[in-house]
Design a protein around this ligand. Structure first.
Ligand SMILES: Nc1ncnc2c1ncn2[C@@H]1O[C@H](COP(=O)(O)OP(=O)(O)OP(=O)(O)O)[C@@H](O)[C@H]1O
Ligand SMILES: [Mg+2]
Length: 261
């Protein structure tokens, strides 16, 4: 059965930068169609895990699969949409909010019929516009659609990048601290949107430091500190005892790691 394939599965996963391990022997299986919050201290390897999941960081050892296939093939298929913790982008580039969100659809436009690609203004596939409009509404940025992105505040930029991710309508959303710097009313709106995305069958995998938010919305919480500390229900994982264990980290990683030069 297709749904029994995990959305994300890591087996004996090791990752390193400059031969310094940042993830050690991680085993993880996240179900499809659920909201998983990934929690851990600064430097625990959470963003690195998402980088592995989008294929921008290669494992040193072990493997990571999305819906049973490699990150690269799922990325090509448009199955995953990713929002980085910090966007490396040129905010002064003269592009509007709407155009920025539309860039999220570029991968999907490859799949449009030839005539739609050749005559974009007249015949553009209306689904792109509808997806962009819905995503802008979801983060309450529709009123700013025509503004240059360089004019926006930090929290508004974050909301636009989340809209860009939502507009992709991917099966799996990989979100790295999407609410950092976002004001409480926008945060509530975004969480409600993600909840309806989840209800529509999408998988949400979200790195967060917002423990009350994880407790309220997530189906599962994964605790990571260089390796898996625990996975379970929010109540179970966000108990004082588990959070104390998370702060201390894994006792001893068996086996050590030799990183190829
Ligand atoms: N590009 C890089 N080059 C070298 N070291 C890196 C790089 N990216 C991350 N690291 C290191 O890897 C470790 C894990 O970083 P990572 O960004 O995955 O942590 P994180 O759990 O996302 O932390 P935070 O909560 O601060 O975002 C840290 O020690 C960090 O310094
Ligand atoms: Mg991070």
């Amino acid at each position: 059965m297709a749904d029994s394939v995990p959305a994300l599965e890591a087996r004996g996963l090791w990752a390193a930068y400059h031969q310094q391990p940042v993830l050690e022997n991680l085993d993880l299986s996240l179900p499809q169609g659920e909201w998983t919050a990934i929690v851990g201290p600064n430097g625990a390897g959470k963003s690195s895990l998402l980088n592995l999941a989008i294929g921008s960081l290669a494992p040193v050892r072990g493997e990571l699969k999305l819906l049973g296939q490699s990150a690269a093939s799922q990325r090509r298929a448009g199955s995953i949409a990713y929002m980085a913790q910090q966007e490396h982008m040129e905010w002064d580039f003269p592009i509007s909010v709407r155009e920025t969100v539309l860039t999220g659809r570029y991968g999907l436009m490859r799949l449009d019929p030839l005539w739609q690609r050749l005559a974009p203004r007249l015949w553009a596939n209306p689904s792109h516009r509808a997806a962009v409009d819905a995503a802008l509404e979801a983060v309450d940025m529709a009123d700013h659609a025509a503004r240059p992105i360089g004019e926006l505040s930090g929290g508004q930029k974050k909301r636009v990048m989340l809209a860009r991710t939502l507009a992709q309508q991917a099966r799996i959303l990989l979100l790295d601290e999407p609410l950092a710097g976002v004001d409480p009313p926008s945060e509530a709106l975004i969480m409600a949107t993600l909840e309806s995305e989840r209800s529509a069958g999408r998988t949400i995998i979200m790195v967060t430091h917002d423990l009350p938010g994880a407790r309220r919305y997530a189906d599962n919480v994964v605790l990571i500190n260089r390796t898996l500390i625990g996975m379970g229900s929010p109540d179970e994982m966000l108990s004082d005892a588990m959070l104390a264990r998370l702060a201390v980290g894994a006792p001893e990683i068996a086996g050590g790691m030799r990183v190829a030069a």
